[in-house]
Design a protein around this ligand. Structure first.
Ligand SMILES: Cc1ncc(COP(=O)(O)O)c(C=O)c1O
Length: 394
């Protein structure tokens, strides 16, 4: 029997929309170089090194055994209710479960939000430096990322007047992120208010990424939606708070004109988040919170250790006030990607500032999500390199 003929496409296949313009991750480059190497101290990765608390794991396992089925696309009602109660108690936001949508991690809640808001040609104002996924998502939806600088000399804080000056008739969304990845900066309530006002008064919707809200060391976290509830979408996550990045559960709350549409589009986007993961998330909210406090306290002690060692070595460090990252300045003008590539063979993996934008191109991001022993070993290697190269300049 002769083989069937394979039809020839009438024109070249083409990757559609913005997908072709989505860049690869600059953190991933270092992760892959250091991958599987136990002669390298891994300080490049942004995920908790603690085990997921046992009661959270067990709840997920029980759900797998008893109810491994699709769930409502906006999340199981019990979880939406528990989240609404938390948001109400903690931030005074609405306690209506219909105003909550569960996502597959905060990353998917953010993507769904941008999918709902953006049209091709829109502009999205996002921080520089920022978690790389904001830019990738913006490009994916055919919109244009416009960066607002978080300058090291301002403690990586935005200037609301500068942000206002970047707003054009095409600006649709302003992304805020406090506590910040990668800088660890925590914005003061007055600064958050000024940023929200700058956006809202010019007709721009705010997406406030607050996934590190429970990891704050020296102050309290301020929620941006409290400033203008009908103009701010707040995104949260279970990943960092409960050391359960693999479960992939995050959530959002937002204005009444916005949330029902996101709830509807979760169906075509993912049908529903894993039933087992949602059961884990519910157990996380209902169960004891001591692990949350323990982890935040440990990150703080590690922060102090790293700040002490770096400042004793003569580096000017801005101590992070939240999240679990710290930015290390190199000599002026040094390309941090080159520095990060140079450090891996010396046994230290750090994320280059270039992975997060332009403003921190001469900084390296250190993750505090590693043991004190690993941090000390990594700092030994880093400081040797720093001295030998005069901060990467040679
Ligand atoms: C600032 C920021 N937002 C969102 C996320 C995504 O979190 P999730 O695991 O909930 O998708 C991360 C993860 O690193 C992050 O750093």
């Amino acid at each position: 029997m002769s083989a069937p003929t394979v039809p020839t496409p009438a024109r070249e296949p083409r990757i559609g929309g913005g997908a072709a313009t989505v860049p690869g991750s600059g953190i991933r480059e270092i992760v892959m170089l250091a991958y599987g190497r136990d002669d390298v101290v891994h300080l490049e990765i942004g995920e908790p090194d603690f085990p997921t608390p046992a009661h959270i794991v067990e709840a997920g396992n029980r759900a797998l055994a008893s109810h491994n089925r699709y769930t409502p696309s906006a999340g199981i009602p019990a979880l939406r209710t528990a989240i609404a109660e938390r948001l109400h108690e903690r931030y005074g936001l609405t306690d209506d479960p219909d105003r909550v949508v569960v996502g597959q991690g905060a990353v998917q809640a953010l993507a769904a939000s941008l999918a709902v808001l953006l049209e091709p040609g829109d502009e999205v104002l996002l921080p520089d430096p920022a978690w790389p996924n904001y830019e990738m998502q913006t490009l994916l939806f055919g919109a244009r990322p416009v960066r607002y600088p978080l300058r090291p000399e301002r403690g990586f804080r935005p200037d609301p007047a500068e942000v206002a000056s970047l707003i054009t008739p095409r600006t649709k969304v302003l992304i805020l992120n406090s506590p910040s990845n990668p800088t660890g900066a925590v914005l003061e309530p007055e600064l958050i208010r000024a940023m929200v006002e700058a956006a809202v008064e010019r007709g721009v919707t705010v997406i406030s990424d607050e996934v590190y809200d429970e990891i704050v060391f020296d102050s309290v976290h301020a929620n941006a939606a409290a400033v203008a509830p009908e103009s701010v979408i707040s995104v949260f996550s279970f990943s960092k708070t409960y050391a359960m990045t693999g479960s992939r559960v995050g959530y959002l709350t937002g204005p009444s004109w916005f949330v029902p549409t996101v709830a509807r589009v979760q169906e075509p986007l993912l049908s529903s988040v894993s039933a087992a993961s949602q059961a884990s998330a519910l157990a996380a909210l209902h169960g004891p919170q001591d692990a949350v406090r323990h982890m935040a306290g440990t990150y703080r002690a590690r922060r102090d250790l790293v700040v002490d060692r770096l400042t004793s070595a003569g580096l000017a460090i801005d101590p992070p006030a939240g999240a679990f990252y710290l930015m290390i300045p190199l000599a002026e003008g040094v390309d941090s990607r080159r520095a990060a590539l140079d450090l891996v063979p010396r046994g230290v993996a750090l994320a280059p500032g270039t992975a997060f934008g332009e403003t921190a191109r001469s900084h390296l991001r250190l993750s505090l999500a590693s043991s004190a022993d690993d941090l000390n070993t990594g700092l030994d290697g880093f400081l040797d390199w720093y001295r030998q190269t005069s901060g990467g300049a040679r």
